[in-house]
Ligand binder design. Structure first.
Ligand code: NAD
Length: 441
């Protein structure tokens, strides 16, 4: 089979590379010439564990190539994936201009039957718009070429994207013809050999599944953060409560960790877009509205603890920040809670020295030289008044607290991810603040 993947970002590059890995001929297309030039030199636009080796292996084997030429790639391909961004528009709805531009481009160039698949996260009804773009483009050319549209939302997690793609919990495909089902079954067959299921459904249901999944996950996070805040007020320990409820199989242990709010390119925009879709259709997503407002407030919780600890006097104080990306194992800074916290510290006259294993280059796009970037976690601590743990990278989990205590001006830690043991840190003489636990100092 021959496929094209349009949009070579977190989703498109992983998708294209994983299909090449199982022997399919893949062209990854992007509008960004620099991205494609870099990929030709083996430089990836994103950090994703294991991806660089996999790209290089498949390029060498001749199965994976990169281009800006959509028209060329689309000729003779069996499946074309649209994996471009769907950022929030001004009103919160998903902006479909990139998706529809690609659909038009495909219609202008295709010359044989092809399944055009939206892999981008798109609201219910988008496949119908994609179909219309294709039909209009074909009509303009006077071309009579059959095609199908399908919806194949992506569930990969940044940081574990390759594993998620190669060993998916499930593959969801929305189709409206047997022919498209047959093509998509053949394409995904290599991923199903170990029992991973493919679920075929109608297209609107597939489109909705992605939003429902992300909204449910965001709900779990905001729910747990709400419980954590109440635990703190009432003198309960959310870490215990989490274990207590997680042992109920109906609740489960995953995704119930309190913290400083969800970020990233998906949850915030998808929750917003679903609220908007509902309101445009006369329905109010009451739960999701609360999820969003709890999350906005939660991004400020760690700053509030810092401010309270220092009696509101942050001017001239230096803060070490460990972790910038919105979660570990990615360089993605989109909607990262670190940005909210750092902006607030700077606005109060504080200074920030940050360290992140991979996201510092990305962070410079938003923070520039308004903060300093340390070459390792310990350098960030030198003469700082406090340490803030913002992203739970594995390397922050077990530092030498003796060294941390010596480098910091004051032995104060604000742990936004609850990765340390309050009792241990208290014993070592730290003032330790975390989420959802009343910590003495
Ligand atoms: P991204 O911003 O990393 O990548 C999008 C790419 O599309 C960019 O490289 C951009 O240059 C390119 N592009 C834009 N217009 C184009 C055009 N006309 N032709 C060719 N290329 C074009 O985005 P992403 O994070 O990969 O997300 C893509 C979609 O997948 C979004 O809808 C997102 O919601 C969804 N999604 C993302 C994730 C994730 O973890 N990042 C997971 C599941 C689903």
């Amino acid at each position: 089979m021959k496929i094209a993947v349009v949009g070579t970002g977190y989703v498109g590059l992983v998708t294209g590379t994983c299909f090449a890995e199982v022997g399919i001929e893949v062209t990854c297309i992007d509008i960004d010439q620099k991205k494609i030039d870099n990929l030709h030199k083996g430089i990836l636009p994103i950090y994703e564990p294991g991806l660089e080796e996999m790209v290089s292996r498949n390029v060498s084997a001749g199965r994976l190539s990169f281009s800006t030429n959509l028209a060329e790639a689309i000729k003779e391909c069996d499946v074309a994936f649209i994996a471009v961004g769907t950022p929030p528009g001004e009103d919160g709805s998903a902006d479909l201009k990139y998706v529809l531009a690609v659909a038009r481009g495909i219609g202008e160039s295709m010359n044989n039957y092809c399944v055009v698949v939206t892999k981008s996260t798109v609201p219910v009804g988008t496949a119908a718009k994609v179909r219309k773009e294709l039909e209009d483009a074909l009509a303009k050319r006077g071309a009579n070429i059959e095609f199908d549209v399908a919806s194949n939302p992506e569930f990969l997690k940044e940081g574990a994207a390759i594993d998620d793609f190669l060993k998916p919990d499930r593959i969801v495909v929305g189709i409206s013809s047997e022919r498209a089902e047959e093509v998509m079954s053949r394409l995904y067959k290599p991923f199903l050999l170990n029992g991973h299921p493919i679920i075929f459904m109608d297209i609107p249901s597939a489109e909705m599944t992605k939003y429902a999944a992300n909204s449910m996950l965001a709900t779990k996070i905001s729910f747990m953060n709400d419980i954590a805040n109440l635990c703190e007020i009432m003198g309960a320990d959310v870490n215990m409560v989490r274990k207590g409820i997680g042992s109920d199989a109906r609740i489960g242990t995953k995704f119930i960790y309190p913290g400083i709010g969800y970020g990233g390119s998906c949850f915030p925009k998808d929750v917003k877009a679903l609220i908007k879709t509902a309101s445009e259709n006369g329905y109010e997503m009451q739960v999701l509205k609360a999820v969003e407002s709890v999350n906005d407030a939660q991004k400020e919780v760690l700053f509030d603890k810092v401010s309270k600890h220092f009696g509101g006097e942050l001017s001239g104080k230096k803060f070490a920040v460990w972790g910038l990306s919105f979660k570990p194992k990615t360089d993605d800074m989109r909607e990262a809670p670190s940005l909210v916290i750092i902006e607030k510290l700077l606005a109060e006259g504080g200074t920030v020295s940050a360290y992140d294993p991979v996201a510092m280059e990305e962070a410079k796009h938003s923070l520039g030289d308004r903060i300093t970037y340390a070459k390792d976690p310990f350098e960030a601590l030198v003469d700082a008044d406090a340490l803030l743990v913002v992203t739970e990278w594995p390397e922050f989990r077990s530092p030498s607290f003796e060294v941390v205590g010596k480098l910091l001006k004051d032995k104060v830690i604000f742990d936004g991810r609850n990765i340390y043991d309050p009792a241990e840190l208290r014993e070592l003489g730290f003032a330790y603040h975390c989420i959802g636990v009343k910590t003495a100092h």
